[in-house]
Write a protein of this length. Structure first.
Length: 95
């Protein structure tokens, strides 16, 4: 049986409590993929960035943009991650 959004969020929060930032970021990304709520993708993007899991943060920002294509915050999050990954063309595209 596959986990749903709530289970992934619980897993992510438990990972944060135990200091496993990588697992927390990956679990929030999984929750974002299972969810239609842009707020979950936003949290996944922020957590990935804060945990320096930039590939995860990038995927979460892209999910956020899928769910909220006109969100300036989502575009900015994606652009910031692209800058951290030294992807200037992607950053410019998102801005």
């Amino acid at each position: 049986m596959q986990k749903g959004e709530s289970e992934w969020i619980l897993d992510a929060e438990e990972a944060l409590r135990t200091g496993d930032c990588r697992r927390a970021a990956e679990s929030y990304l999984a929750a974002a993929r299972a969810s239609s709520d842009p707020a979950v993708a936003s949290r996944a993007s922020q957590l990935g960035y804060g945990c320096e899991q930039f590939a995860t943060a990038k995927a979460a920002a892209h999910r956020w943009l899928e769910l909220a294509p006109h969100s300036g915050d989502a575009a900015l999050a994606g652009a910031l991650v692209a800058l951290r990954l030294h992807d200037l063309p992607e950053s410019r595209r998102l801005l």
